[in-house]
Design a protein around this ligand. Structure first.
Ligand code: SAH
Ligand code: SF4
Length: 367
């Protein structure tokens, strides 16, 4: 059965056209499904009864299953969402004074094997469908609205004001589905989020960054984590394919079309690995010529990671060097640690199909 959550508005209009229906039905349906969160065709009162009957006979609006919802002491929430019987992914909501941010997953596992990332350590199973990606927003919205008593209100009084594609997986390795899901997030008939409030984080898949700036330019975060190629080759292995110089050039090309005039460089602080004074000065050289901000992320440990979090005093020194050079630098506050919802701790349940113990999968295979 066709799951209508897999379509953006133009695709839905085309589908209606193919069914001999008026394409404007797509807008009505997007509003019901996404804006109002109504998934029962019988309640879609402005759609003719015979069309509603046809839709319920031939299509479905199907969200993935919620297996577990956890709330942290600090208000952070995490949903464990079933991708299929063997696999699950995680979605995290982070409330702050001035915004509410939902961190969405794009794949079951990740093939890119960054050494400090728990998702990357688990291997790769599959890409998420559009319905599974946008479904995370729908599930979180439903739950947060029910909680706040705003059950019947449309989304304009937003609890979720920002989305970051920073959960499990490399979003640009699941390009088509991620772009379609982000188009739904931006669509005024659906979630109507501003491009500036949707951020995609990538480990640096250069050709896909070039496509994204044309297809769906949203705010961009790039996981840098190392100031030179020798170190980045080891901790972010995709660097062997797209080294720093190419990555910096791609960032500048992206900025021509981006909704914000800076790229955010994420930099995980690993004790004694990438956090020295020398690394900080090297980093300044590496990013020269790119309009950027820095987000330093204290490493979030997970079992057998082999890494430790940088000492707070080292993080301060590192931050001050970047700030003195004139950059805006934030140090990410760890949220939801008690429910393992912090950055890089999202594990879900990944049945690894890559058999990485016997064979490393080539980076080409994920493009
Ligand atoms: N694949 C994308 C997005 C998901 S990861 C990417 O790599 O950008 C989101 C962010 O969390 C990335 O910057 C990632 O490097 C960082 N991260 C991964 N593991 C981490 C850990 N254990 N501690 C802190 N940050 C981590
Ligand atoms: Fe994949 Fe991002 Fe983790 Fe690297 S940091 S393994 S790209 S999810």
């Amino acid at each position: 059965m066709v799951n209508l959550l897999n379509f953006n508005q133009p695709q839905l209009a085309q589908w209606f056209g193919e069914q001999g229906e008026k394409p404007f039905r797509a807008k009505q349906l997007m509003r019901w499904m996404h804006h109002f969160g109504v998934h029962d065709f019988a309640q879609m009162t402005d759609i003719a009864k015979n069309l509603r009957e046809k839709l319920s006979a031939e299509t479905e609006i199907k969200l993935p299953d919620v297996q577990l919802e956890q709330v942290s002491n600090d208000g952070t929430r995490k949903w464990l969402i079933g991708a299929d019987t063997a696999n699950s992914i995680e979605t995290v909501f982070i409330p702050e004074d001035d915004r509410g941010t939902l961190c969405i997953s794009s794949q079951v596992g990740c093939a890119l094997e960054c050494t400090f990332c728990s998702t990357g350590r688990q291997g790769f199973n599959r890409n998420l469908s559009v319905a599974e990606i946008i479904g995370q927003l729908a599930i979180a919205n439903r739950s947060l609205r029910a909680e706040s008593g705003y059950d019947m209100l449309p989304l304009n009084d937003r609890i979720i004001s920002n989305v970051v594609m920073m959960g499990m997986g490399e979003p640009l390795a699941n390009y088509d589905n991620v772009v379609t899901a982000m188009q739904i997030m931006l669509d005024d008939s659906a979630y109507g989020l501003s491009r500036r409030r949707v951020t995609l984080s990538t480990s640096g898949m250069v050709p896909a960054m070039d496509r994204l700036k044309e297809d769906c330019p949203v705010a961009l975060a790039v996981s840098l984590h190392a100031p030179n190629d020798a170190l980045r080759d080891v901790i972010v292995p995709i660097n062997k394919k797209y080294p720093l110089k190419e990555l910096m050039a791609a960032c500048n090309r992206y900025l021509v079309k981006a909704p914000r005039d800076f790229v955010t460089f994420e930099y995980v602080m690993l004790d004694n690995v990438n956090d020295t004074v020398e690394h900080a000065y090297q980093l300044l050289e590496t990013v020269k010529g790119v309009n950027c901000k820095f987000n330093l992320i204290p490493f979030n440990p997970f079992p057998n990671s082999g890494y430790e979090t940088s000492k707070p005093s080292h993080i301060r020194v590192f931050r001050d060097i970047l700030m003195q050079a004139g950059y805006v630098v934030t140090v990410r506050k760890t949220r939801g640690e008690d429910i393992d919802a912090a950055c890089g701790q999202l594990a879900g349940k990944v049945l690894d199909k890559t058999k990485r113990s016997s064979k490393r999968i080539p980076i080409e295979a994920v493009e």
